[in-house]
Design a protein around this ligand. Structure first.
Ligand SMILES: Nc1ncnc2c1ncn2[C@@H]1O[C@H](COP(=O)(O)OP(=O)(O)OP(=O)(O)O)[C@@H](O)[C@H]1O
Ligand SMILES: [Mg+2]
Length: 276
């Protein structure tokens, strides 16, 4: 998709298990299915969820004789330098080279971060054009963005993670005259509208205005988002383009994934969708 600089989408949240890898692999799948050339960077060198998902995809395509769209993947190894400063510098360089290697051939790059503050993750946040932060319906997850008043449930001080996103934004504004689009997406939503959900939505809406992120619906709690992992597939791969044979739940899941992709508001996507 010539004409637009490659978008760098960083999926991050320093809370383990919030759904980063699940959101990442569905974004990769959704962006490929929209016709974009997609790069993927797996920064979780210990778990390598995204790397394993894509290896499963290659294997399944071979077994079934399928021609599945594939992203280009880079899995940078964290520096083993003993000095913290050297390790930070090496990791920043490794991340930059990964992006440079993919930029040439990709319209968009999606990065899966580990559930902790690491030098590679920090480098990714600093260079991001979009940050996607998945959040479960819980004040435990909300705490990764800001502390909460126990009586009014209003957000109080922004968290260290929110401050660090703010710092990256400031730096990009000064150095590159552009801002980072920060999207907080709800994950594992359930059907019932609880008291807790209402309070959380209220607190998130207020916080989004204060610290400047956009809120998007994201993904519901669905077995289909995890059961296809061993095959390296997502619900978009199920007879893509035909709705015949899909259950109502699968159709709803596909709509959610596509909604998540369009919530990114990528300029390349407008062009891809217009091109059919
Ligand atoms: N929307 C969803 N519906 C059903 N299961 C989900 C959903 N999102 C995540 N899960 C499940 O929750 C668990 C944690 O998700 P995931 O591995 O994506 O989180 P993570 O943020 O990448 O974790 P980590 O910080 O350890 O890397 C996994 O078992 C995953 O299959
Ligand atoms: Mg993960």
């Amino acid at each position: 998709m010539a004409g637009f600089p490659t978008s760098l989408i960083v999926v991050g949240n320093e809370k383990g298990g919030s759904g980063k890898s699940t959101i990442t692999l569905h974004l990769v799948s959704g962006l490929m299915s929209a016709g974009l050339r997609v790069g993927a960077i797996d920064l979780d060198f210990r778990q390598q969820t995204l790397t394993h998902f894509l290896a499963n995809r290659v294997r399944w395509a071979e077994i079934e004789g399928l021609s599945l769209p594939m992203p280009r993947l880079v899995t940078p190894k964290p520096s083993s330098a003993e000095s913290r400063a050297t390790a930070e510098a090496e990791d920043a360089e490794r991340f930059r080279s990964a992006v440079e290697a993919l930029r040439v051939e990709c319209d968009v790059i999606v990065v899966d971060c580990p559930g902790a503050d690491t030098p590679l993750g920090r480098a990714a946040h600093a260079m991001a054009s979009t940050i996607v932060t998945p959040l479960n319906d819980s004040f435990v997850d909300f705490d990764v963005l800001a502390s909460v008043d126990p009586v009014t449930f209003e957000a109080k001080a922004p968290s260290i993670y929110a401050e660090s996103v703010w710092e990256s934004r400031k730096r990009q504004m000064v150095e590159r005259r552009r801002t980072i689009d920060w999207l907080v997406v709800r994950n594992r939503m359930t059907a019932q509208e609880t008291h807790n959900r209402k309070r959380l939505t209220h607190a998130l809406t207020k916080l989004s205005q204060r610290i400047g992120f956009r809120l998007a619906p994201g993904l519901s709690e669905r077995v289909i988002y995890r059961e296809l992992f061993p095959k390296g597939l997502t619900v978009l791969d199920l007879i893509d383009g035909k709705s015949r044979g899909l259950t109502m739940a699968q159709i709803a899941a596909r709509a959610e994934v596509r909604g998540l992709v369009s919530a990114l508001r990528l300029p390349q996507l407008g062009r891809a969708l217009a091109a059919g």
